[in-house]
Design a protein around this ligand. Sequence first.
Ligand code: SF4
Length: 465
Amino acid sequence: MTTEREFLLQTGMVNRAVFAGIQPDDCVVWKRVPGGYRNHSMCNHTCAVEVGGRPTGGNYVCDASFVFAKGSLPGFAPREDIVRWTKNVAIAHAVARDMFFARHFATYCEEFHIPLAWADAIKAELTDPNKKVEVNRFGGSPEMLKDCPAIIADCKVAGLVVNLTTPGRRFMTDQQFVEDIAHNPPNILAMSFDDMNPKELERISKMSLDEIKAEWKTVSPLHGQRQKAFEGMYAARIMRDMNVPSTVLFNVVIHPGNVGYLNDILATIVECVPGSLANPYPAQSFGNDASCWTLESLPALRSHVTGFIHGTLEGRPGVTRRLHYYMTLESAFRKWKHDPKRLCEFMSGIGAWDSTARPGAYRYAQVGKNTEVLDVPQDRLPVPGGHLGCFWNPGWALSEHVGDNVEELAETMLTGMVKRGQELGGVRKSNIMPRLMFDVVATELGLPTELVPEYLATRREYAGF
Ligand code: SF4
């Protein structure tokens, strides 16, 4: 018989190796805006639907796109600051974990009807002294930082599990970078295949490295989604040819344009890049943008969600294990089956999971930009980035940089974020990014109260408690 602990691990409701995470945006710069300077996430790609009124071929818009970088000043935060912020947050996570179990765990178990045996299993897993903190180096394109390999190495020395999410261009253009990454590789190298159809993917996977590079040069610089597919394939192949032990993972944003043939994309990725994993998740709307999901595209999305639930429970290969996440989406489909507008909003991340909702939800901390405008001379600007907040909704990020007082930092991550969320009321704080929703505890603690009863019924059905 499967024990509670085994079930939690097998379904990904609790992570096997890590108890908390950090997602830093390493690519924050200052940008000139009316009234002064503001932090800006910068990327060397452009992922847009149109530029100057002309379609690019891309299916979504990213605010970090290079075409939006006008007014940006050169200069990311130095390696020392980036590493110090990460290390401080990692230590604070351990302190916050103790505070959470001492002060908030009982309330959590009561609100979410966690039976004693399951509560004991969750606590035993999350307080396992062998579990570490994971950092996912992230941002527009963290490989743009000269010190990207050194930052990875520093974080590994600090005892973190280090992942790198990046488009992969530098693997094609900088041999020294390839060697440095191969010498001290990340645990996971995550790239993306967003706007590719399975046939194209298969075609690229059969090319030699030189052919991939030659065709990549012909892609419009305004079609970043397509550039990334060539770059990602090249990086995956060169890492495999060099026997680098990193797991290659391809993020696949599910959107109304590809939801109909998602299964083909996932199967093609796993087949064409042997040993790789595919990580599908629904597209999000940024900030105050309207819902990116439409009523017509929802039935296809739901069938994937229920397929992923059953695939997880059956241990089917190729399915990313995160039962808590799929149950959340399924419960929303059930709750708002007669309210398509609300359902589309939820699936787009609006009024959805909120890391400021309750203490303990913010367990995949994000360090990056905020939205404050500083009216100071350019040479008096502080280091860009370094603010606890949220990449997707930077409006609620904190003013100060991540500090060195880890007790204070832990309190901020545990309860300060909840206060911040309440103070900012109307500012959007929610998303449905699976990595940030992290595990069953963080996911449940960020659920909108109105969804909790339906979620608990769904959990009872699939998880048995
Ligand atoms: S590569 Fe990623 S971060 Fe860069 S513009 Fe495209 S979607 Fe945005």
